[in-house]
Design a protein around this ligand. Structure first.
Ligand SMILES: Cc1cc2nc3c(=O)[nH]c(=O)nc-3n(C[C@H](O)[C@H](O)[C@H](O)COP(=O)(O)O)c2cc1C
Length: 228
């Protein structure tokens, strides 16, 4: 990481250390949810470091781990990075209007998620921008391995989600639309070959977070022993 997380914290805020959590991996996996409403409470720097550290332990193609994280906490830094969201959200709001008729789980999720695309990042204690170094082949894929850089960063992102959950925190996540990701990358000074797969908001979940209905999977029906 090129920036020192400790130095970036707002000095006026009380910073406390977080205890190392004891939540087991299966519990973290089942408790993890995308969180879109946060308490006004700052994540301590040592907790933030542990979460990024968990991200960096993800599996990686070619043993590269060529990932960098821009962390935003100051209000103005957040505003600068999030300025492109409103444009990107307009087409999604149109989709929402058209699809909110029959109330499937996906539509209910959209109804909760779409109006929160900006606030679920801005109101988070920190925004994590996870960058990965792209390869020329990624934009002209010839096989699944062409996607290795993006596949690897998603392993990082999931590790971050699970570590945050184990810390009693929650994460929001937004995929940049159109030119949004490139604009954010330029705004925070990322080198040209680095891509932003998503924004992550990190913070303490609000107590009245709306429960988002899940599409349940039956594990036994998903497993195909020997042959599909
Ligand atoms: C590839 C991918 C893209 C997603 N894009 C968005 C997004 O742009 N905005 C958002 O609010 N949530 C986004 N989500 C979160 C999903 O809405 C969420 O994971 C899904 O509703 C299941 O809920 P859960 O993660 O709480 O289990 C995305 C998730 C994935 C894996």
């Amino acid at each position: 990481m090129s920036m020192d997380i400790d130095e970036k914290q707002n000095e006026k805020e009380t910073i406390v250390s977080g205890p190392v959590p004891s939540m087991g991996v299966y519990e973290a996996i089942s408790c993890r949810r995308i969180i879109r409403d946060f308490q006004d409470k700052v994540v301590p720097p040592d907790v933030l470091k542990r979460i990024i550290d968990a991200g960096l332990k993800a599996p990686t193609h070619d043993h590269l781990r060529n990932w960098e994280f821009v962390i935003l906490h100051e209000e103005q830094d957040k505003k600068n990075a999030l300025q492109f969201i409103k444009m990107g959200t307009a087409p999604q709001l149109e989709i929402l209007k058209k699809t909110l008729v029959d109330g499937t789980a996906q539509q209910k999720m959209y109804a909760i998620a779409m109006p929160r695309q900006y606030t679920m990042l801005f109101n988070a204690s920190h925004i994590i921008l996870p960058f990965f170094k792209s390869t020329p082949g990624m934009m002209h894929p010839t096989s699944a391995s062409s996607f290795n850089p993006i596949s690897s960063i998603w392993c990082v992102i999931e590790n971050i989600f699970l570590a945050a959950t184990a810390e009693g925190l929650g994460c929001s996540m937004r995929i940049p639309v159109g030119e949004e990701g490139i604009n954010v990358a330029k705004t925070v000074g990322a080198p040209e070959e680095y891509f932003l797969p998503c924004y992550i908001g990190l913070g303490y979940p609000a107590e009245d977070c709306p429960a988002v209905e899940q599409v349940e999977c039956n594990t036994e029906q998903k497993i195909h022993f020997g042959k599909w």
